[in-house]
Ligand binder design. Structure first.
Ligand SMILES: [Zn+2]
Ligand SMILES: [Zn+2]
Length: 339
């Protein structure tokens, strides 16, 4: 079968790989579409995975074959799949820190979504695989289940309400999803990005009420003006910029929350006294719970949230090694690979 593998020199490269063999409690799935995630880009850019790794985890596919022990699933069913599976029994799972569970961290899809076929383990089939009904919503949109679930869980953990003001820093696909979810909660939602066209696009997508360029000197006075001089109640950092945590401290109100939602190449240190004297809450959120996956999936298939327009690029598996450069150049909001 064909896969796109990570290669140090070429970044991504098309390669012939062997078809996964399934055990009695596993299933073989033909990948139909797979989203390109910001975390895939970080791994490629910073060489965080071994050569030959197949990335891609935002998958919609069709079951081809199931092992003899699998009763719940049958061939030809269309499914949406998430890659990490929490055990639900450990201390972390019971404390709702699912992404800290050791099973969560060790489970993954074999080989990965940038491939013609994948196999799913028993744990995946039980918890992080959902049947996709025939509907007007495309596979491409359903593939946004996992990133939307990451955003949904982060928004829920902040406890955002209609009396809050929210600032989203970074208006890529994740920033847009976060914004739409906060607006749905009734919060007054602002956005900032280095690229003006992304601010305009986020407004058009109804993901922010208003926006301002990130590198502008007046950004701070703009956000203070919008929030009666206090600063935003909640800030989501979704830009991947090294300076975003530091600058967010001048945009957040005292007693407010900053949610770190992306990794950065280099740590810039932390800000003890600002956090202490201004009683700030700085929290991280990076992966979904099975419950958030289910909820995100329902929102997409019932069209409670409409995300079709954020899919700016649909490419074939063969084109992916070349087309991925569009993502690195910030020329694509969301790229979906068809296999
Ligand atoms: Zn993802
Ligand atoms: Zn666990």
């Amino acid at each position: 079968m064909l896969s796109v593998i990570y290669d140090k020199k070429e970044k991504l490269k098309l390669s012939e790989t062997s078809l996964p063999k399934i055990n009695e409690d596993e299933a073989l799935v033909k990948v139909d579409v797979c989203g390109v995630c910001g975390s895939d880009l970080v791994k490629i850019k910073n060489s965080l995975v071994p050569e030959g790794t197949v990335l891609g985890h935002e998958i919609v596919g069709t079951i081809i074959e199931v092992g003899s022990q699998i009763k719940k699933w049958t061939p030809s069913q269309k499914v949406v799949v998430a890659h990490h599976v929490p055990c639900l029994n450990c201390y972390f799972c019971k404390s709702s820190n699912f992404s800290m569970c050791s099973q969560f961290k060790s489970t993954n899809i074999t080989p990965g979504g940038f491939s013609e076929y994948i196999k799913l383990s028993k744990a995946h089939l039980e918890q992080t695989v959902f049947l996709v009904p025939k509907s007007t919503v495309s596979d491409h949109e359903v593939a946004l289940t996992e990133p939307l679930a990451c955003c949904l869980r982060a928004v829920q953990r902040t406890g955002v309400t209609s009396s809050n003001s929210v600032l989203i820093c970074g208006l890529g696909s994740i920033g847009i999803m976060l914004g739409k979810l906060c607006i749905e909660k009734g919060a007054y939602t602002f956005g900032t990005d280095l690229l003006k066209e992304r601010i305009d696009f986020a407004k058009e997508m109804l993901a922010i009420h208003d926006g301002y360029p990130a590198n502008s000197q007046e950004m701070k006075s703009w956000i203070l003006n919008k929030t009666d001089g206090r600063g935003a109640d909640i800030i989501f950092l979704a830009s991947g910029s090294e300076k975003s945590l530091l600058t967010s401290l001048s945009y957040v109100r005292s007693g407010g929350k900053v949610v770190v939602f992306s990794s950065i190449p280099k740590e810039e240190g932390f800000f003890n006294n600002e956090i202490y004297y201004r009683e700030l809450t700085i929290m991280g959120s990076y992966s979904p719970s099975p419950l958030a996956l289910k909820e995100a999936y329902q929102m997409i298939i019932t069209e409670k949230i409409k995300l079709k327009k954020i899919i700016t690029d649909i490419v074939s598996l063969k084109e992916l090694p070349k087309e991925i450069n569009k993502c690195f150049g910030n020329k694509s909001v969301k790229m979906i690979v068809e296999t």
